[in-house]
Design a protein around this ligand. Structure first.
Ligand SMILES: C[S@@+](CC[C@H](N)C(=O)[O-])C[C@H]1O[C@@H](n2cnc3c(N)ncnc32)[C@H](O)[C@@H]1O
Length: 285
């Protein structure tokens, strides 16, 4: 469950409102319709998720760009969720249009999966006991064998759009809770140390934080909040060590990480949609 954010800081509610706003809905829906999987995503998904029959969970699915593309290349047992209802609505209708009706879409917050509810159910299903390890993602239609997902994805930096490190760890713990032992996890982040330019920018930002004249809305050093054609975006940019610590603290064993440019050369359309990022893979311990 997410920790409360101080009133003057960017909160999960603000991030959700930003993703439900029209410019973001248009941006992510267009990508779902036109872009599909990045080359790097496809290479790593095929490497780390070789079993196309395994039940997979996509967190932060947005308008369905990844799930619908996965269904198209033969992944047959997909569940996807996002906390932005407008985006999940778009994902649901694009899946219907493409015949991908087997994908189960939910509205839910990655930090509290027990409160997930089906897309056509506008009100969250109240959990009988908020402390109980209940997840409607699973209870709704139990998956075969040991109950749980055989893998999880949180692509295009969605995990880093959760304000507060403890909340990002809560999301990793929730994914751990609903996955079976040995399940792979794939996600992306930015990297504050990926280039000389980034390092120089973050040295300047550190100077602002030392003086206390950083953007007062930012909960932590490493955060950014900006506005462009895709609307308002909150993003936490970590260093590599931080993610290694977060994985270890939440029951995930790190198996791989690399910058996107070291995995594949992306098309111009993909590079216009998304900046350079670091891919991470881990296995549920
Ligand atoms: C950059 S968008 C990527 C969307 C989609 N995966 C794609 O690649 O087009 C990040 C997504 O993460 C979702 N997200 C952020 N925080 C979330 C949370 N706590 N729970 C569920 N979804 C979240 C946002 O609503 C948004 O749809």
């Amino acid at each position: 469950m997410a920790s409360p954010t101080p009133a003057n800081k960017i909160s999960a509610a603000q991030v959700r409102a930003d993703f439900n706003d029209l410019p973001a809905v248009i941006h992510y829906t267009r990508a779902a319709h036109e872009l599909g999987l990045w080359q790097s995503e496809r290479i790593l998904i095929e490497r780390f998720f070789p079993d196309r029959t395994a039940p997979l969970l996509e967190a932060g699915c947005g308008s369905g760009r990844v799930s619908i593309a996965l269904w198209k290349i033969g992944y047959g047992h997909l569940t996807a969720f996002d906390f932005a209802t407008e985006l999940v609505d778009q994902a649901h209708s694009l899946a219907a249009e493409r015949g991908a009706t087997a994908i189960r879409f939910f509205v839910g917050d990655a930090t509290a999966l027990g409160q997930c509810h089906p897309i056509d159910d506008k009100a969250p299903t109240p959990s009988p006991d908020p402390g109980a390890p209940v997840c409607h993602l699973l209870d709704d239609k139990p998956v075969g064998g040991p109950r749980g997902f055989g893998g999880a994805l949180f692509l295009f930096n969605g995990l880093m759009q959760i304000p507060g490190r403890e909340n990002r760890r809560a999301a990793l713990r929730e994914l751990h809770r609903v996955c079976v032992p040995g399940a792979p996890l794939l996600f992306t982040t930015h990297d504050r140390e990926s280039s000389l330019m980034e390092r120089a920018l973050w040295r300047m930002e550190a100077y602002h934080w030392e003086r206390g004249d950083q953007d007062p809305r930012l909960p932590e050093f490493g955060d950014r909040y900006f506005e462009d054609h895709a609307g308002r975006t909150f993003m936490h940019l970590p260093v590599r060590e931080e993610i290694l610590e977060d994985l270890a603290a939440t029951g995930w064993r790190h198996t791989f990480d690399a910058m996107r440019t070291d995995i594949a050369k992306e098309s111009k359309a993909v590079r216009q949609f998304s900046d350079e990022c670091r891919f991470w893979s881990a296995v549920r311990a």
